[in-house]
Design a binder for this molecule. Structure first.
Ligand SMILES: Cc1ncc(C[n+]2csc(CCOP(=O)(O)OP(=O)(O)O)c2C)c(N)n1
Length: 632
C-alpha cells in the first residue's frame, strides 16, 4: 500500500530517495499515522506537524551515531517509523507494545527517554559536552516546541548553551500551540516576525536585490544587509537568541521538506550553538486535526472520515476532572478570592469553564509548573486563595517550590493533583504514582483523596473554606465509579476518615480511588465468610490516629490499599504510626505499586496485573487470612 514507506527500514534507506520520493514519503507517513492513531489513540496533531522535521533530520544526520533529542517526545512518531519500528508502530501505547514516547530501552535511535517537557536542550547540551570531552565527533540536535521552550529548564539550558561554544543544533518547532494556543511573552515575541509585514517586506526586497546585483553591487548589498540586520534587531525574535549567544536561523517553513533539509544541512556545518526556527502546522495533512489541533493533541481512537471519537466522551459518565471543574465553579461563585492556576493544561485539568467565567482570576502560566507553584505562593501571600491544578506527574517538577515557597511559610495554596495514580497508555513518564511519597513528609501539608464526585467537591470546599495552610487533593484519571446511592457524602472533618462498614476480623484501609475496588473486594470476601471493616481514609495526612488506635484494639490485621508507589506511601505512614505509638503485634499488609517504573497499557489491565482490582485485592487478603492472622 505504501510505495516508499515500505522500503524504509532504517534511516539509511532515506539517503537514496529522490526529492519526489521524499515528498511522497512524508505523505505516506501521514496516512499511516492517521490510520494507526485512529485505532490506538495517541498524540496525533503534534506528530503530524513534525513529519518533515523527522525526515529531514534523519536524512541529514548519520543516526544513531548522531543524536536527536526530542522534547516531550509526543511529536516523534515519524521518527519511530523511520527508525526500524514501522510495523511495530501499530502496537504503540498498548501493553507490551511500543511506547508513546522515545525510550532508550526501545531503540538505539532514541537517545534519551522523555515524556515531560522542556528537558531536551539540557540533555542535548550534556551529550554534546560529553562528546567534546571524549573527543568524539557526533552531532547533537534538540527538537523543542514553542510550548516547551518556555519551561524554566529550557530557558536555563539556553542560557548555558549560549555561553558555551559547543556545537549543538536546536530546532525550534514552532506551531504557535502548546496543547492550546501558546501563551506568554515569549510566544508573543516569536509571533512578531510572522505578523510583521515591514520586516518580511525588507527581507523579500533584499532577496530580490541579491538576485539582481551584479558583482560590482556587492558592497551595496553588504550595506543593505547591514541595514537589514539593524532593522532585524528591532523586529525579529532571532535577536533574543543571538543576544543569548546562539546563532539564529529562520524563520523557515518547517513543513517544507527541501527548505528544511537545506537549512539543517548548512546549520550542521556551522560551529557553536545554533537555533533553527521552523514554523510548522499542528495536525498538518489531516483536515480535522488541522481544524482542531487541541482536540487532536492527544486523542482517543476516532473515525478517520469524520474525526469523531469512536466512543463519544459524553456517553461515558463524569470524570474526576469534570467533577473538579464543577466543584471549583461552584466554590468560586461565592468566593471572589478563589483563583485558578494551570501550567498550559486548562482543558486537561478542567479549568476551561473557570477561565471563561473568571478571566481575571485565571492564570495560565505556560508549561512552567515550578513557576506555577511559587506564583501561587505569591497570590496566597497577597490574600488570595489559589487553586493550582496540575497532573500528579508534572507536579514532581515543583517539589522544592512546594517545600520552600509554600509549606515553609504555611501558605494557603490548594494543590489539585489530577491523574494521580495509573494513567494508562502514556506510561511511566506520566503515571502519577509518587505524589503521596513526595508530599507526605513535608511539614504543614494536608493531603486528601476523594473516592467520588461529591467527596471531591466537599474536599475542595473544605480546602478553600476551612484550611489555612497548604492542602493537596489527589484524584485519579477516568470516570467516577461510585454507586449513585452513595453520592451523598458525610461532611469532611479535618483528619477524619469515613468508616464504611464495621464487620471486624480485619481492617481494610483504602485511599481515594482504591475505596470502591476495596469495597468490592470486601463483598467478595464476605461471600467467602471473611468479614472486614472498611475505611475510606479520606486524609492521607494527617492520619486519623484515633481511629487507627480504636481499630488496633479490635484487630491485629490491617490491609492498606493505595494507587501509588508503596515506598514512602500511605501504607508506610500507617506502619510508621504504629511504630511511633509503640503499638505492637499488628500486621500491616500494604497494597499498591512496587518500587519500579510501571509500564504503559490500559489502566484497568495494569491495575489488574498489579493485583489492584477487586479480585486481586480479595485474593491477596485471602492469602493473608490463610496465614491465620485475620482474627484474634
Ligand atoms: C513538564 C510537563 N508539563 C506538561 C506536559 C503536558 N504536555 C505535553 S505536550 C504539551 C504541549 C507542548 O507544546 P509544544 O512543545 O509546543 O509541542 P506541540 O505539542 O505544540 O508540538 C504539554 C503541556 C508535559 N509533557 N510535561
Amino acid at each position: 500500500m505504501f510505495k516508499i514507506l515500505n522500503s524504509i527500514n532504517s534511516p539509511q534507506d532515506l539517503k537514496v530517495l529522490s526529492k519526489e520520493d521524499r515528498e511522497l514519503l512524508a505523505k505516506e507517513i501521514r496516512e499511516y499515522l492517521v490510520d494507526t492513531v485512529s485505532k490506538t489513540g495517541g498524540h496525533l496533531a503534534p506528530s503530524l506537524g513534525a513529519v518533515e522535521i523527522a525526515i529531514a533530520l534523519h536524512y541529514c544526520l548519520n543516526t544513531p551515531y548522531d543524536k536527536i533529542v526530542w522534547d516531550v517526545g509526543h511529536q516523534a512518531y515519524a521518527h519511530k517509523i523511520l527508525t526500524g519500528r514501522r510495523d511495530k508502530f501499530k502496537t504503540i501505547r498498548q501493553l507490551g507494545g511500543l511506547s508513546g514516547f522515545p525510550n532508550i530501552n526501545e531503540s538505539e535511535y532514541d537517545c534519551f527517554t522523555v515524556g515531560h517537557g522542556s528537558t531536551s536542550i539540557s540533555s542535548a547540551l550534556g551529550l554534546a559536552k560529553a562528546r567534546d570531552i571524549a573527543g568524539e565527533a557526533y552531532k547533537v540536535v534538540a527538537v523543542i516546541g514553542d510550548g516547551s521552550l518556555v519551561g524554566g529548564m529550557a530557558l536555563e539550558a539556553l542560557n548555558h548553551a549560549g555561553h558555551t561554544n559547543t556545537n549543538l543544533l536546536i530546532i525550534l518547532n514552532d506551531n504557535e500551540m502548546s496543547i492550546s494556543p501558546s501563551v506568554g511573552a515569549f510566544s508573543r515575541y516569536l509571533n512578531k516576525i510572522l505578523i510583521n509585514p515591514t520586516y518580511n517586506k525588507i527581507h523579500k526586497d533584499l532577496e530580490g536585490l541579491v538576485k539582481r546585483v551584479p558583482w560590482y553591487g556587492f558592497r551595496a548589498y553588504r550595506a543593505a544587509k547591514r541595514l537589514e540586520e539593524s532593522v532585524k534587531s528591532l523586529l525579529i525574535p532571532g535577536m533574543l537568541f543571538e543576544e543569548l549567544g546562539l546563532r539564529y536561523i529562520g524563520p523557515i517553513d518547517g513543513n517544507n521538506l527541501e527548505e528544511l533539509i537545506k537549512t539543517i544541512d548548512s546549520a550542521l556545518n556551522l560551529d557553536g550553538p545554533i537555533l533553527v526556527h521552523a514554523l510548522t502546522k499542528k495536525g498538518k495533512g489531516y483536515a480535522p486535526a488541522e481544524k482542531h489541533p487541541e482536540r487532536f493533541h492527544g486523542t482517543a481512537p476516532f473515525n478517520v472520515e469524520t474525526g469523531d471519537l469512536k466512543e463519544p466522551a459524553s456517553n461515558s459518565g463524569v470524570s474526576f476532572t469534570d467533577a473538579f471543574s464543577d466543584a471549583i465553579m461552584e466554590i468560586a461563585k461565592d468566593n471572589p478570592k478563589v483563583t485558578a492556576v494551570t501550567a498550559a493544561m486548562s482543558d486537561g485539568t478542567g479549568l476551561d469553564e473557570f477561565q471563561k467565567a473568571y478571566p481575571d482570576r485565571f492564570f495560565d502560566v505556560g508549561m512552567a509548573e515550578q513557576h506555577a507553584v511559587t506564583f501561587a505562593a505569591g497570590l496566597a501571600k497577597g490574600g488570595l486563595i489559589p487553586v493550582v491544578a496540575i497532573y500528579s506527574t508534572f507536579l514532581q517538577r515543583s517539589y522544592d517550590q512546594i517545600i520552600h515557597d509554600v509549606c515553609l511559610q504555611n501558605l494557603h495554596v490548594v494543590l489539585c493533583l489530577d491523574r494521580a495514580g495509573i494513567v494508562g497508555e502514556d506510561g511511566p513518564t506520566h503515571h502519577g504514582l509518587f505524589d503521596i511519597a513526595y508530599l507526605r513528609h513535608i511539614p504543614n501539608m494536608t493531603i486528601m483523596a476523594p473516592k467520588d464526585q461529591s467527596e471531591l467537591k466537599a474536599m475542595l470546599k473544605f480546602a478553600v473554606d476551612e484550611c489555612k495552610g497548604p492542602v493537596a487533593i489527589r484524584y485519579p484519571r477516568g470516570k467516577v465509579v461510585s454507586p449513585p446511592i452513595l453520592e451523598k457524602t458525610a461532611p469532611v472533618s479535618y483528619g477524619k476518615a469515613e468508616v464504611m462498614s464495621k464487620e471486624g476480623e480485619l481492617a481494610i484501609l483504602a485511599v481515594g480511588s482504591m475505596v470502591w475496588p476495596a469495597a468490592a473486594a470486601a463483598g467478595l470476601l464476605f461471600n467467602e465468610g471473611i468479614k472486614s471493616s472498611l475505611v475510606n481514609m479520606r486524609f492521607i495526612k494527617p492520619l486519623d490516629e484515633e481511629l487507627l488506635k480504636a481499630l488496633a484494639s479490635k484487630t491485629d490485621m490491617f490491609v492498606v490499599i493505595e494507587e501509588g508507589v508503596l515506598d514512602g506511601g500511605f501504607g508506610s505512614a500507617v506502619m510508621e504510626f504504629f511504630e511511633r505509638e509503640k503499638i505492637s503485634g499488628i500486621s500491616v499488609k500494604r497494597m499498591g505499586f512496587p518500587g519500579k517504573f510501571i509500564e504503559h497499557g490500559k489502566k484497568p489491565e495494569l491495575l489488574k496485573n498489579y493485583g489492584l482490582d477487586a479480585q486481586g485485592i480479595a485474593n491477596e487478603i485471602k492469602k493473608v487470612c490463610a496465614k491465620g492472622k485475620c482474627a484474634r
